[in-house]
Write a protein that binds this ligand. Structure first.
Ligand code: ZN
Length: 192
């Protein structure tokens, strides 16, 4: 399979192959890649008028190939923009800052969580359960943190007891769709 096609499937772009691929001790397929010079831009203003001041390495989990987990070793340039102060890491178009995985990996996790447990998925992808939980938490936060209340016609309110010692949660749901609209601490009017 052509190398470019593999990278397209992995959801990474504007990169060039850097070193021969290897398997590490955990049997990950490790692909060493480097950003293409013409794709490097300032993370602040997106300008391409900059000077490269050295390179650093980021390790990013990517979607698996077959049953082999994939790890990208990305050479990321540190850049000095002509319009912004300071030296910064260049913007990677396929991964968010401070994340240890690509955007395509996060999408893969969300899709696979529909049919796999956190523990099984972490084992399949060769990553920690913590990473899977965080990806799912961010997805739920992004899509369900602020439910649309405009079209709500009927609601149901339930008070549930959690644990021992009379600890309660009050849950409000949209009776037509089943979507949770609010989870309040305690019970009674105060919780709402
Ligand atoms: Zn800039």
């Amino acid at each position: 399979m052509p190398r470019n096609l593999i990278y397209q499937i992995l959801g990474v772009s504007n990169i060039q192959h850097f070193e021969q691929q290897v398997f590490d001790q955990d049997h990950h397929l490790v692909l060493a890649i480097k950003m293409k010079r013409n794709a490097i831009c300032c993370p602040q203003c997106q300008n391409k008028e900059l000077v490269v001041r050295g390179w650093t390495q980021r390790q990013l989990a990517a979607p698996p190939i077959g049953h082999k987990p994939v790890l990208l070793q990305v050479q990321v340039p540190r850049v000095k923009c002509k319009h912004c102060p300071g030296i910064k890491h260049a913007h990677l178009p396929f991964a968010e800052t401070r994340k240890q995985h690509t955007r395509s990996f996060a999408r893969y996790v969300v899709e696979m969580r529909k049919c796999m447990t956190i523990c099984d998925l972490a084992r399949h992808l060769g990553v920690s359960e913590w990473m899977i939980r965080n990806i799912e938490k961010e997805y739920l936060k992004r899509h369900f943190q602020k439910p649309r209340l405009k079209d709500v016609r009927m609601i149901a309110i339930a008070e549930i007891c959690i644990g021992s010692g009379h600890r309660y949660l009050t849950i409000v749901i949209n009776l037509q769709t089943g979507a949770v609209l609010l989870v309040g601490n305690g019970k009674g009017a105060d919780a709402l």
